[in-house]
Design a binder for this molecule. Structure first.
Ligand code: SAM
Length: 441
């Protein structure tokens, strides 16, 4: 790999003699990893469902090193949302953010959803995750990953940070800015990052990062936490951006990142991760807001009531045991199971709130994939369970019809974890696995 001259100069200033160890690392294969999704399965079920071994990583108890070579996206365990494919050191930012069940958490630069799905895991279904992505094309991957991993309590928006943070001022206990950066920590994995690198690009990134942090500061409530992370080594995009932020925002102070991983950053209580530290490359800083910042949000009130609500509850009761979790709402032709504690959306470009229960087809409701993906097998009235190598399961994931002893809507599961559903009649299950998700043969 040929690295740019200017990059090497900066690296030498950062690492001195250790630069040699860095360059040796860069000749090796990039690390790969998987992150357990505890919303859908246990570590034991995940291990039993994968054709390779997992080794723990220092970056999060949910994050593991995995063997190379396998196409993770084609594995049935991936389809069932048991894990997120993520290089282990990328889990460090959410470890530092440390969200707790019941809190409101904003992930301001969220696509494709690696960190959002980790936040959702730590919220464990309680509280609210707001995932924002400014680039519309990238937001679709975010929506799809949150759905696959069965996240029930999230809102996805596609909005400029300033507009969103003004509307939700002072509302969040924790805010993550996993900023767009020059991606020096991606050089080994992504030739595009290497090709796009230049000193001018680094400067432009640093300027944009400062602006995103200015917006993010608005959204943090008094006493709340702001985490800033990048996957680059540049001092200008890391320590200097943090210093500029604290200078412009005396209402924030450093909140030291615990030393569970990586090494100290330069002259500040943040952490750096180099390839020699077991990850591809990350920087993580944490601040706490001391100044007051009263929220102005009102509660969401446009919930589904009356006959429409009873129709949706009827469908829920046909598919699942237990009472329908309220509240319910609609967006276009979709009926949604909304998260608890949703604020008034006041014209914000929200792409989805909660989980899709059904599509409205004339006067009836047709169940949606999202609600099955977010339920446990034990909650489904009818289910068929398969081992990951079962040919009937693979046929289902390819979109084919399958033999089924039940009648009506039936969940399809991998080692007890729901992957999708179909509608059975006459011994055959008509496939409802979404076309865009199907396994290619
Ligand atoms: N947090 C994500 C994850 O873990 O999967 C990765 C986020 S990536 C490092 C940064 C994101 O910021 C990209 O999705 C990019 O589209 C978005 N972005 C680009 N320009 C932005 C801007 N001006 N404001 C906010 N986000 C921006």
């Amino acid at each position: 790999m040929v690295l740019p001259e200017k990059f090497l100069e900066e690296l030498e200033a950062l690492l001195g003699e250790e630069q040699k160890a860095f360059l040796l690392e860069m000749e090796k294969e990039p690390r790969r990893g998987v992150r357990l999704n505890p919303l859908k399965c246990t570590e034991e079920t995940l291990r039993r469902s994968l054709p390779f071994a997992l080794a723990p990583s220092p970056f999060s108890p949910l994050s593991f090193y995995a063997e190379k070579g396998e196409r993770f996206g084609a594995l049935p365990a991936h389809h069932a949302g048991m894990f997120y494919s993520q290089e282990p050191s990328a889990a460090s930012a959410v470890t530092a953010l440390s969200p707790k069940p019941g809190e409101r958490v904003l992930d301001l630069c969220a696509a494709p959803g690696g960190k959002s799905t980790q936040i959702a895991a730590l919220l464990a279904g309680e509280g609210l995750l707001w995932s924002n992505e400014v680039v519309r094309g990238r937001a679709d991957a975010l929506l799809s990953n949150l759905e696959r991993l069965g996240v029930r309590n999230s809102v996805v928006s596609c909005c400029q940070p300033q507009r969103l943070c003004e509307a939700l001022q002072g509302w969040f206990h924790r805010v993550l800015v996993d900023a767009p950066c020059s991606g020096e920590g991606m050089f080994r994995r992504d030739p595009g990052a290497l090709a796009a690198w230049s000193p001018e690009h680094v400067r432009a990134c640093a300027q944009r990062q400062g602006l995103i942090l200015d917006s993010a500061a608005l959204a943090v409530k008094e006493g709340g936490v702001l985490v800033y992370s990048t996957c680059t080594f540049s001092r200008a995009e890391n320590e200097e951006v943090c210093a500029g932020f604290l200078k412009a925002h005396p209402e924030f102070m450093w909140d030291p990142v615990p030393a569970f991983f990586g090494r100290p950053a330069l002259d500040c209580p943040a952490r750096r991760i180099f390839p020699m530290d077991g990850g591809e490359g990350h920087f993580v800083a944490r601040f706490r807001r001391t100044g007051e910042n009263p929220a102005k949000t009102a509660p969401f009130t446009q919930t589904l009531e009356g006959g429409e609500r009873r129709l949706a509850e009827g469908l829920y009761g046909e598919l699942f045991t237990g009472t329908c979790p309220s509240p319910l709402g609609t967006a276009g032709d979709r009926v949604l199971l909304l998260p608890q504690g949703l604020p008034a959306l006041s014209g914000l470009p929200v792409l989805r709130a909660g989980v899709e229960l059904a599509r409205i087809k004339g006067r009836r409701l047709e169940p949606a994939h999202g609600v099955f993906a977010s339920r446990k097998m034990e909650e489904c009235r009818q289910a068929m369970d398969f081992s990951p190598a079962d040919t009937a399961l693979l046929a289902f994931l390819r979109g084919e019809e399958t033999a089924c002893p039940h009648k009506g809507y039936t969940a399809l599961c991998v080692n007890g974890v729901v992957a999708g559903f179909g509608k059975a009649s006459g011994g055959t299950l008509k496939n409802h696995y979404p076309k865009g998700l199907r396994l290619r043969s």
